[in-house]
Design a protein around this ligand. Structure first.
Ligand code: ZN
Length: 475
């Protein structure tokens, strides 16, 4: 054999080896990328699915009173047609969606828990094609499916929420939205129900892409439309309403592209409706009242603190004493007992709960009772957090003095500090004794502030000690 032939054969086999190496490397690269659809499921939630539905129904009634709901067949048929296609997909099962249009020039759409959706006419005007509108709606109903609103409210560490949802605290007056309003939760700007975290946004993008794909819309149009809104934001120097509610979780377009690669291949249909006819119908609508939807939604936010005021007799505190029979308070990650002759009241402003008898609440203050809450701190430093808390109580009541501080002990295995304070009681001619118990938690502090007339603290102390021993954390 001549050497040229040998050389050729050697080169050939080396090339084959190199190709093999390249194939292996490429396979490894593919394996490194995601190859399976990520499981998208609703997260931690204190609300039941039925409560999502009920809440959405109640809020939808408020919205329909505050916005001008469009009553035009061309526009409604078009949006409902898109909605039906999206709602019939496998991912979207489990909720009854409604698809209404409101006469609002801003580019937005929103979905309420449980399924009611509202599309602004401004979104129809701004979209380049039907798939972009479908994309926004698919994203919105993904928030419904993944129950992001109530998931966020559940994670907000509101002590009073579980009891309120159980109906034991506030009854059903004003419905579930009335109950939430008393806890400071509504649909207003920056509401925990409507302003989504980046993680929720990423998941709604991915699930929205799946829904679009199954419904025959090209999912990339969702990402393109969000990009378009971002470009507009740059031009106007002001975040569009939609992006302020639904922030970009980062690399939105690429994440959707990656997701599309994992989805079953489909041929996407062209527009089913006549978008230009629908846009013309929008142009013909009479002008809507000049209020921004955010202002309107803020107006829709219910209010009114449920704290009873001044019902106690300012000269007699005996009726306000705690019973030594205790019942349980369930506050999400914390449970503790409280006297069975006292009631739980949420405070809308401070988000604390007050537990007292009506006789213990005097002239807008608490003469006999307790206040509890979970507070977030940076780094969860017990001493520092306790000091901040004492300062905040002193700001509310300048008569408060620290009597003795720094008694350390432990509560259900967590470091705790008891701080004794003195003040002026709302019961006339009486000094007040207070014990602040702060407990170190992973995200901050849990506290209970015990209050009693100074001369009655000896009576109250054994009950307060029992309450402290009853504190349990579940997470
Ligand atoms: Zn969103």
């Amino acid at each position: 054999m001549n050497s040229t032939a040998q050389k050729t054969r050697r080169m050939f086999s080396r090339t084959k080896r190199m190709i093999a190496v390249a194939v292996v490397a490429a396979a490894a690269l593919v394996a490194q990328q995601q190859t399976k659809l990520r499981d998208l499921k609703p997260g931690f939630n204190l609300f039941s699915k039925e409560q999502d539905v009920q809440m959405g129904r109640e809020y939808a009634q408020q919205i329909e009173q505050q916005f001008t709901v469009v009553n035009d067949g061309t526009i409604n048929n078009f949006i409902q047609g898109i909605g039906r296609r999206l709602a019939s997909t496998r991912e979207a099962q489990g909720f009854q969606y409604t698809f209404k249009v409101v006469n609002e020039k801003s580019i937005n759409a929103f979905a309420l828990p449980g399924g009611p959706t509202f599309t602004h006419t401004g979104l129809i005007t701004a979209a380049d094609n039907e798939a972009q509108i479908a994309g926004v709606l698919a994203h919105e109903i993904s928030h419904v499916i993944l129950r992001h609103s109530t998931n966020q409210a559940s994670k907000a560490q509101l002590l009073a929420l579980p009891a309120a949802l159980a109906g034991g605290m506030l009854g059903q007056k004003g419905g579930i939205t009335g109950t939430l309003a008393q806890l400071g939760i509504g649909l207003g700007a920056n509401s925990v129900l409507m302003k989504f975290s980046r993680g929720a946004e990423r998941d709604a993008d991915l699930m929205g892409a799946r829904i679009m794909n199954e419904a025959g819309y090209n999912p990339i149009e969702m990402a393109r439309f969000f990009e378009k809104l971002e470009a507009e934001t740059g031009r106007q120097g002001k975040l569009s309403e939609f992006l302020s509610d639904h922030p970009n979780p980062g690399n939105r377009v690429k994440a959707v592209q990656d997701e599309i690669r994992l989805l079953p291949q489909r041929s996407y249909t062209a527009d089913a409706g006549d978008l230009s006819a629908v846009k013309a119908a929008v142009q013909r609508l009479p002008a809507a009242p000049k209020k921004t939807p955010q202002q309107q939604m803020q107006q829709g936010r219910g209010g009114g603190s449920s704290m009873p005021q001044g019902s106690g007799n300012p000269s007699d505190y005996t009726a306000a004493r705690p019973s030594s029979r205790l019942r349980d308070f369930q506050g999400g990650e914390v449970t503790f007992s409280y006297p069975d002759n006292w009631e739980v009241f949420p405070n809308e402003q401070t988000r604390e709960i007050t537990i007292a008898s009506k006789a213990g609440m005097v002239g807008g203050g608490i003469g006999y009772g307790m206040i509890a809450n979970m507070v977030q701190t940076n780094g969860g430093n017990l001493d520092r957090g306790t000091q901040d808390l004492v300062n905040s109580f002193r700001q509310r009541d300048p008569n408060l003095q620290v009597a003795s501080q720094g008694q350390r002990f432990s509560v259900n295995g967590y470091n705790a500090i008891a701080t004794r304070m003195q003040g002026q009681s709302p019961f006339q001619g009486t000094n007040e004794a207070l014990v602040l118990v702060t407990v170190e938690r992973p995200q901050g502090l849990f506290f209970i502030l015990f209050i009693a007339p100074e001369r009655d603290m000896n009576t109250a102390q054994p009950v307060y000690d029992q309450i402290i021993r009853s504190i349990r954390f579940s997470r």
